[in-house]
Design a binder for this molecule. Sequence first.
Ligand SMILES: [Zn+2]
Length: 502
Amino acid sequence: MYLALYRKYRPTTFDGVIGQEHITTSLKNQIKNDAISHAYLFCGTRGTGKTSVAKIFAKSINCEHPVGGSACGKCPTCVALNDPSNLDILEIDAASNNRVDEIRELREKVKYPPVNGKFKVYIIDEVHMLTDSAFNALLKTLEEPPKHVVFILATTEVQKLPATILSRCLRFDFKLVGLTDLENHLKRIFNDSGIKFDDSAVSLIARLGEGSVRDTLSIADMCVAYTNKNITYDAVLNAVGAIDKNALSLLAGHILKGDVHNLLNELNVIIEKGKNIAQIAKDLAGYFRDLAVVKTCEDFNAILKYPETFVEKLKEQANVSETDVILKALKTYSALDNEFRLITNPRIVLEVASLNLCDEIKNHVSLEKRVEALEVKKPQTMQVAAVAMPEVVLQNPTEQDSDKTLFGKLLVNLRKQNEVMLIALLGENTNFSLNGKVLTLISSHEQEFKALTKPDNLKILNNIMNEIKAGYSINVEYKEEKVEKSVEDILREKFGDDINFK
Ligand SMILES: [Zn+2]
């Protein structure tokens, strides 16, 4: 029987865990120093190893002779705990056991000492799914846990946990696993299983896995099943139903030129071949992401790891395209993912989005021109400023920078420092106003606002502002200016009111 790679290669020691050294090292040290806590919280995206690490930790703290912090796997306790029906390591899925009664029952059971080792370990998966009363019941146990009990709470949505629970747990954040780690892991597994592979195929699988070991290995499983033990780049594309790069490059070419007619024709050809619409959008988003990488990163070869001929093609296209245009396209196709869920006819969504995008690209004014325009407007805005703040401007008119000039300089300096994402975030949804020495950026787009207010981004913006004019700083505000057009609205505008929605 074929055993899924994810199950077959599930790590059994801390050293076998991929890409979470910051966590496994601390846990190993706690075991070595006999400094075990009673409650742990493992947070992070799915497939990053929370449950695997929880199980390894549960066994290791019970092992009689741990080797380098991990369970030996041989002592009587290890042997007993390797039996899935043991009573000392208990895995509870909070998604299906989320009621208060179940947690109360757990509270009764924790009193009994472990059967085999030193600790009884409760692993509560998806702990954010517990009801409020269940949380309260759990909290009582966490407040006064019996000495022999260790709780490991795991969650993908830590923001849903009450502060009272957070404050009782030692928290570990699991990272998305890096591309190189995923690639090396895949290569080890393929070599071990006698599967032949191309490096570019391995890179592609790792990229499709998007930081999750589990997803990466599921895709690898599909490829193994599809290709009969010889995994090539094209085989991966076929196995996952992705569009081949030549077709994508052709589509992207039409988009970047704003050529609606040829784009829709080409889309039609691909759709007729039976490709899934959501997959087309996803592949296009991926393609524009690659273009953005080629356009903005020096070591794009190391990042992308594509076959050389394909990289050449990307380079050609990136050279003749503007970064903001590429980003516009990237944003458009990434955003479609959410819209497909709401709608019965994804093809129309894809086509309308492409249509609008081509429109925008044709009418696109480049960043340089935008800044130029702001500069030209300068004298005029000075007058406006003079009306608004007469005493300030009259004191020393030449020393005053208007909000528009400062915003323009901000964009130029961001460009100099290659902060492409920030430039994109300061697009058409952002307004600005100057109050004293604070330039307030007013975003009408919630996601962009959230991105702008990330501490790292605020730091960059403030540093640049301070360089432009010493003592000046940036403030970011959110103001819901206009409701963003829904898919339904856009479609009605294009196709009339008769269109059918779910
Ligand atoms: Zn052992």
